[in-house]
Ligand binder design. Structure first.
Ligand SMILES: [Zn+2]
Length: 286
């Protein structure tokens, strides 16, 4: 190739390379999606937990994940003991210069041991978004104005979620529901639902055997129709949880599947609205 052609190619490619030199790694795809919306074309975003067929609580990171993290300028994680492997990798990895870490659990002031499915708490994502934008602006001040515009657009895009939550809360607050795991628990709390059998849910989430008395209480709730719906984790199907789903169906208690990992085809916002619609559909039934 002639030197002039090479020079031209370099000129054409250089801006594109510069645009994606900022790397963001998110532990979960829901945060990767939000970071991508906030960064726009200025960063390359990858998410580690993105397989809806996998149980995130049992995830173990591979060496390739460690390499990805070593290159990241910004790392976003759920924290709150949901992704302890991420903290281990951050502690152990070679550190990219000026790496910034956005930890949703830390930002939301959640202690370990509390419900770690923070993206279902509508109050958490705005706080995470502001922190991601602050990190982007520190890492790439030149595009600061664009990051500010993108944050504004992102915040505005949350309004339909907040409106839907308020609407469902006005209709359903106080209704008793139950779940095989606390996946949807923070959203259920935001809706004012009364979630029963929490000890059973924590045992299943932690992959331990629920106590016989907790199993009996759960079964009685389903058989005596003391709950309006059962949420089950569509990504984890331990024997104890599967039994409750079968018992709910046998007793005609509506079953709502809730996933931990955002489906690839939906944005965070669309995912939240889809789940709220599914719940509305079930609770509206007489
Ligand atoms: Zn979970």
């Amino acid at each position: 190739m002639r030197p002039v052609v090479i020079a031209l190619l370099f000129l054409l490619c250089a801006p594109a390379l510069a645009e994606t030199s900022l790397r963001i790694v998110a532990a979960e795809t829901v945060y990767g999606d939000v970071a991508g919306q906030l960064a726009g074309p200025h960063a390359a975003v990858s998410s580690i937990l993105s397989d809806p067929a996998q149980d995130p609580h049992l995830f173990e990171a591979s060496p390739s994940v460690a390499r990805q993290i070593a290159d990241a300028a910004i790392v976003v994680l759920n924290g709150a003991d949901y992704d302890p492997w991420m903290r281990r990798l951050l502690a152990g990895s070679a550190r990219a210069a000026n790496r910034q870490v956005v930890d949703a659990g830390e930002l939301a002031g959640r202690r370990s041991g509390s419900n770690p499915h923070l993206w279902f708490d509508p109050a958490v994502m705005p706080v995470v978004a502001r922190a991601v934008t602050a990190s982007l602006t520190r890492a790439d001040a030149e595009n600061g104005a664009d990051y500010a515009t993108r944050l504004q657009a992102f915040m505005a895009s949350l309004a339909p979620i907040d409106a839907h939550v308020a609407e469902l809360r006005s209709r359903y607050a106080g209704l008793p529901v139950t779940a095989t795991e606390p996946v949807f628990g923070l959203m259920a709390a935001a809706l004012g639902l009364v979630v029963r059998n929490e000890r059973f849910q924590l045992a299943v989430m932690n992959d331990t055997e629920p106590r016989p008395s907790d199993v009996a209480a759960f079964e009685a709730d389903l058989r005596q129709h003391r709950v309006r719906a059962l949420f089950y984790n569509s990504q984890a199907s331990g024997a104890a949880a599967r039994r409750m789903v079968a018992l709910a169906r046998a007793n005609k208690v509506p079953v709502v599947g809730v996933a931990e990992t955002k489906p690839a085809e939906l944005t965070y916002q669309a995912w939240m609205l889809t789940q709220l619609d599914a719940l509305d559909h079930v609770l509206a039934a007489p």
